[in-house]
Design a protein around this ligand. Structure first.
Ligand SMILES: *[C@@H]1O[C@H](CO)[C@@H](O)[C@H](O)[C@H]1NC(C)=O
Ligand SMILES: *[C@@H]1O[C@H](CO)[C@@H](O)[C@H](O)[C@H]1NC(C)=O
Length: 251
C-alpha cells in the first residue's frame, strides 16, 4: 500500500508543479496601429516574454496561419506586404519553448482594413454653433446603403471614441450629455460595411465642436484674490511685529 500512496503523492506533486509553471503570455500588436488601407503593408508583432522555439500566428476561422521558428529573441514579426480583404480579421499569436509542449497564447487583435471603394459617411452636428459647458450635443452619421455600424473619431485620438448601430433609416446618433471644454475638437465618422465586419469605410468630412467654459460668478475671482492679498499682508505684519519684538528684546 505504501509505495502506491507514495506514487500517488509524487504524481500529484508533479502535476501541481507543472501547473504552477505556466508560460507567461505573449502580446500581439499592429504596426501601423490604425488607418491601414487595402494594399498597404501591415506587420503584426508578437512580443515574447522569453526565447521561443516556435511562434505561430493564427487567424480566427483558419488553422495555423503562419509560423516562425528562428532563434526568436523577443519579437516575431509577421508582415503582409500588400493587404487584401482576406487579411482583415481577428488574429492571435502563440509560442512554445524548447523544454515544454505547453503553448501560451496572446489576447486577440482585430486587423481592420480601410476599403476606399466604400463611400465615406455623411455627418451633422446639433446644435451647430459654439455651445456652453453642460449642453447636450448630438452628432449624426449616415450611409443608408452600406453602413452597418458607425464609429465616431476625434482628431488627435488614436482609437474611435464611440460606436453605434444605425436606426431603421440608416442613421447613427451619438449623444454627448453635458459637454465640457475637453470635448471641443474635430469629429469624423467611419462605418463598418454590411457583411464586412473587419473592413472600414474611409473617414468622412469633419464637424467642429466648440465648448465655452461656464462663466464664473461675477466677482468670485476678484474676492478670492482680495482674500489672498489680505492674508499675505497679515502674515507680513505679524513677521514684522515679531522681528521688532526680538530687536527690542536683544537691544
Ligand atoms: C441632457 O440630457 C439629460 C439626459 O438625457 C437630461 O436629463 C437633461 O435634462 C438634458 N439637458 C438639457 C439642457 O437638455
Ligand atoms: C474640416 O472640413 C473643412 C471643409 O469642410 C476644411 O476646410 C477643414 O480644413 C477641415 N478641418 C480639419 C481639421 O481637417
Amino acid at each position: 500500500m505504501e509505495p502506491m500512496a507514495l506514487a500517488l503523492i509524487l504524481g500529484w506533486w508533479l502535476v501541481a508543479a507543472s501547473r504552477a509553471q505556466h508560460l507567461p503570455r505573449p502580446s500581439l500588436s499592429r504596426h501601423p496601429s490604425q488607418g491601414v488601407s487595402l494594399g498597404d503593408t501591415v506587420t503584426l508583432h508578437c512580443h515574447l516574454p522569453q526565447s521561443a522555439a516556435w511562434v505561430w500566428l493564427y487567424k480566427k476561422g483558419r488553422r495555423t496561419y503562419s509560423n516562425y521558428k528562428n532563434k526568436v529573441q523577443d519579437t516575431a514579426e509577421f508582415s503582409f506586404m500588400s493587404t487584401n480583404r482576406e487579411h482583415a480579421g481577428i488574429y492571435w499569436c502563440q509560442y512554445q519553448v524548447p523544454w515544454s509542449s505547453e503553448e501560451s497564447k496572446s489576447d486577440p487583435v482585430e486587423l481592420v482594413l480601410t476599403d476606399r471603394r466604400f463611400p465615406p459617411p455623411s455627418i451633422s452636428l446639433s446644435p451647430e454653433e459654439c455651445v456652453e459647458t453642460g449642453t447636450n450635443v448630438t452628432i449624426q452619421c449616415w450611409n443608408k446603403k452600406y453602413g452597418a455600424a458607425f464609429l465616431l473619431h476625434k482628431d488627435g485620438c488614436s482609437a474611435p471614441t464611440q460606436r453605434q448601430d444605425p436606426d431603421v433609416v440608416g442613421t447613427a446618433t451619438f449623444t454627448m450629455i453635458g459637454v465640457t471644454p475637453a470635448d471641443s475638437g474635430t469629429y469624423r465618422c467611419s462605418y463598418r460595411p454590411k457583411g464586412y465586419p473587419f473592413l472600414s469605410s474611409p473617414l468622412g468630412s469633419n464637424v467642429t465642436l466648440e465648448v465655452t467654459p461656464t462663466p464664473a460668478h461675477p466677482g468670485a475671482a476678484d474676492s478670492s484674490h482680495g482674500n489672498l492679498v489680505v492674508a499675505v499682508a497679515g502674515g507680513c505684519t505679524a513677521a514684522f511685529v515679531f522681528i521688532l519684538v526680538l530687536a527690542i528684546f536683544f537691544l
